[in-house]
Ligand binder design. Sequence first.
Ligand code: SAH
Length: 248
Amino acid sequence: MRFDVLTLFPELFAPLLTSGVTRRAYESKQVELVFWNPRDFAEGNYRRIDDRPFGGGPGMVMMAGPLAACLDAALAARGAAAPVVLFSPVGETLRHAAVEGWAGGEGAVLVCGRYEGIDQRFIDARVTHQVSLGDFVLSGGEIAAMALIDAVARLQSGVLGDEASHVQDSFNPALDGMLDCPHYTRPEVWNGQPVPAPLMSGHHAQIDRWRRDQRLALTAERRPELVDAARTAGRLSRADESALKKKL
Ligand code: SAH
């Protein structure tokens, strides 16, 4: 898939292309990234992309014109219509189900706001989706765009390798949307704390049951709505229900 990123600060994305999981996805071309700077589409000697807000108030607002010209160029280069995603506190908070949707798609144009935000007329005319990273305010959409790209990249096949398969991660439907279980590695005792006995047993069924129980207990404690959703979807076995009863 291909993401075209509209940003005033393309250099912020450099670490994504040169390190870790996102680098593998980028180099294998499973996730193509193309950067577009609205400043290159601004007019006049100063290549102005922002201006003061009508009605007064602090800060600057990104102008619709350069963004629209930049978006037109990105869409023309793609050669096909694409979702236009704006990162904004107004959007729906990003969750696993949406990430899976993007991971299975053709990509999108990602618009990173800066300053006080973007002229609403550009949003009304051109943006098809708004995505928030959470109930807090970032200085720009770039970190949110990187979060989406990273989360999508790790769902591409072969990018993580077998050992760290994403299907065992938190929220994955393969494990009924539960949170992940705790993990342990050597040494067997650290800081006076031993590794839980079932993990040392060598019995796969026992280990799987212990991990499942841990996932259920942790999710029931921290995110009970995820347990309810799994129950409603018929994903909880009798063994799951009795594990949940024991813990509550
Ligand atoms: N005035 C805006 C915040 C602007 S912050 C407000 O109060 O809602 C500048 C840019 O950062 C935004 O245009 C948006 O692209 C990005 N941004 C800020 N918080 C974000 C969040 N929680 N999720 C996604 N993007 C965010």
